[in-house]
Design a protein around this ligand. Structure first.
Ligand SMILES: *[C@@H]1O[C@H](CO)[C@@H](O)[C@H](O)[C@H]1NC(C)=O
Ligand SMILES: *[C@@H]1O[C@H](CO)[C@@H](O)[C@H](O)[C@H]1NC(C)=O
Ligand SMILES: *[C@@H]1O[C@H](CO)[C@@H](O)[C@H](O)[C@H]1NC(C)=O
Ligand SMILES: *[C@@H]1O[C@H](CO)[C@@H](O)[C@H](O)[C@H]1NC(C)=O
Ligand SMILES: *[C@@H]1O[C@H](CO)[C@@H](O)[C@H](O)[C@H]1NC(C)=O
Length: 549
């Protein structure tokens, strides 16, 4: 075990230790005057730092420190006591810097966002979650711009001008800095706000059929998960390979061995009245006012695009690409738009294993449709858990999907069908014909970052072992979609998980297929399950990873 002193826990393990970056003295000296402590029970706000060691997660102290830096998020420098103190989507504005009469394709423009509270005062601190894009409705074109937080109420965005024609800027306030604090507090103290059920089946001593249903969740002695029970409360299901423990309350009559099914249990909304206001509809995901002038982009002799062949380890720039006439041009590497015949050619003689959640199941469904010779095999499994399978015998293609291990917000599914991604990868030989695809994120939004980090670190270990025994295996990671904006699954949570995933897979020769930008800048209303149009563009990148052009 590394670094087990009390101080070390506070410094290394405090989930809010990102705030140390702004202040030179240790966090624990000042935690009492931060956050929303005047409106909530402050004794429950700042729990003792979790007693989890870095070695349990399977990463080094240095790596954990780096991860904490990548998820750093600014926040209020004082207790938030009134709604009027929060950033207002109505009073905040954006402006285009030095707008010229016209631009050339490939030029950049800069936008400044000023966050203001409800009294129209410029904010002193950062932490507002804005999303920005440049778009043309007429040309069905858009591009994502990364918002940089200057931590003083001002933010800037750089945009590439990638298409000829016209463009306008749009900026949305997804959550105010104050609402982000609400999200953070619930993530760090209230992880059982999404809970699950375990279904036990068996017979009593007289041979009568019995079934019992109990509550289950991740075993983690903090963040509210300890509320499942103490002492001898529970059945702990420890996975031998990953060491992860899934925990269910003990059934009254049956034994722990009688657990058969798993399902989503429900949601517990523990937002206080004030927190509900900060997270309210009128303040969430709202476009802000700003410079609505049209940007004119003229052609040049050179067109925008990349010629780099797609290769493992390729990095994701901002922008990662752009839409024009509904078609996404990737700026990550050279991509092709595959018709059905070409898609089939590309998949020929390949064994494709997709693992994750319903958002990667969309990829399975897309491929099945795009290659009509791929026939679904009815495995009589639960659709939300899998396994699902489709085969094309003539072209020797087999396509698989299955859900990642628990936590999984699914309908009632056999527990035995829920496999951890790392275990699945450990059981595959790999090779030039094998394609391994996974995503993790949306089902982890309610848990501490350390828990997600451990899950992803274990997957990385499995991927590294795979690439050691079969270096020519294709591994593709799908990032998170934008979508939800509430305390159970906000884009802010997803973004933090996305950063952890990227940090952990830094330098590992895998393809990271960025869908964050593709979903955040599209004209469709955001949906955790994006429209077929978006999926088609994602799959063109996917196929370009397999069959580089
Ligand atoms: C505050 O939380 C503590 C510990 O969780 C609890 O004992 C106490 O009753 C709470 N106080 C209020 C006012 O809710
Ligand atoms: C905020 O910080 C940025 C970057 O350091 C700076 O350019 C800007 O002038 C600052 N704004 C205010 C209002 O202090
Ligand atoms: C089993 O049967 C016996 C005898 O009929 C009865 O007394 C007892 O209550 C039954 N046990 C259960 C758990 O139903
Ligand atoms: C673009 O091409 C035109 C003629 O084809 C030429 O006159 C002009 O100099 C070129 N511009 C650039 C920037 O290369
Ligand atoms: C698919 O594209 C190829 C060229 O890459 C073309 O030859 C073929 O006709 C196209 N097939 C269909 C069905 O459009």
């Amino acid at each position: 075990m590394l670094c087990l002193g009390l101080l070390c826990f506070l410094v290394v393990w405090s989930h809010e230790s990102d705030q140390q970056q702004r202040h030179s003295h240790p966090k624990f000296l000042q935690q009492q005057n931060r956050g929303l402590d005047t409106t909530t029970n402050s004794s429950s706000l700042f729990r003792a730092a979790p007693t989890v060691s870095v070695s349990e997660i399977g990463i080094s102290v240095e790596e954990w420190t780096r991860i904490q830096q990548t998820v750093f998020w600014d926040g209020p420098d004082q207790p938030v006591t009134a709604l009027s103190m929060s950033t207002s989507p109505v009073h905040s504005t954006f402006s285009i810097q030095n707008l010229r009469k016209s631009y050339r394709i490939g030029d950049e423009i800069f936008v400044t966002v000023i966050a203001r509270d409800f009294k129209s005062n410029t904010k002193r601190y950062g932490g507002d979650f804005f999303q920005a894009k440049l778009f043309s409705s007429k040309q069905k074109a858009s591009v994502f711009g990364e918002v940089v937080d200057h931590r003083n109420g001002s933010y800037s965005v750089r945009f590439l001008l990638p298409w000829v024609g016209q463009a306008k800027v749009a900026v949305r306030l997804i959550h105010s800095s104050e609402a982000v604090q609400v999200l953070k507090r619930h993530r760090d103290t209230d992880s059982d706000r999404v809970y699950f059920r375990g279904y036990f089946k068996g017979f009593d001593v007289n041979g009568t059929k019995l079934s019992e249903v109990v509550e289950c969740n991740v075993k983690w002695e903090h963040n509210g998960l300890e509320r499942l029970g103490g002492g001898n409360c529970c059945c702990d299901y420890r996975d031998a390979q990953t060491g992860e423990v899934w925990r269910c309350q003990k059934p009254r009559f049956l034994t722990c061995n009688n657990l058969v099914y798993h399902s989503m249990g429900g949601y517990r909304n523990r937002l206080t009245g004030f927190e509900r206001k900060l997270m309210g509809k009128k303040l969430t995901n709202r476009g802000i006012r700003g410079d609505s002038r049209v940007i004119t982009v003229l052609p040049t002799n050179t067109s925008i695009g990349v010629t780099t062949k797609c290769h493992p380890g390729v990095s994701t720039p901002v922008p990662a690409g752009f839409y024009l006439k509904n078609v996404w041009t990737s700026l990550v590497c050279s991509t092709h738009h595959f018709n059905n015949t070409e898609a089939k050619q590309c998949l020929r003689d390949r064994h494709i294993y997709i693992m994750g959640d319903s958002t990667s199941r969309q990829w399975f469904d897309y491929l099945r449709t795009a290659v009509p010779t791929l026939k679904s095999v009815n495995l009589h499994s639960q659709m939300q858990a899998g396994p699902l399978m489709a085969v094309d015998l003539d072209n020797n293609i087999d396509l698989h999907w299955r859900a990642h291990g628990p936590p999984l917000r699914s309908r009632k599914s056999p527990v035995a069908d829920l496999h951890y991604i790392s275990n699945e990868i450990d059981g595959l030989a790999g090779g030039p014909r094998m394609v391994i695809v996974f995503n993790v994120g949306p089902h982890f939004t309610t848990y501490p970052l350390a828990f997600f980090t451990r899950r992803v670190a274990r997957i990385r270990a499995a991927v590294l072992a795979l690439l050691t025994r079969a270096p020519d295996t294709t591994v593709i990671i799908k990032t998170v979609n934008t979508g939800y904006k509430d305390v159970f699954g906000s884009d802010w949570y997803a973004l933090q998980l996305d950063r952890i995933l990227r940090e952990i897979f830094q330098g590992v020769p895998v393809f990271i297929l960025d869908v964050w930008q593709m979903t955040a800048c599209h004209y469709n209303k955001e949906n955790i399950h994006p429209a077929p149009l978006i999926i088609k563009n994602e799959m063109d990148i996917f196929l370009s990873f397999l069959c580089p052009v």
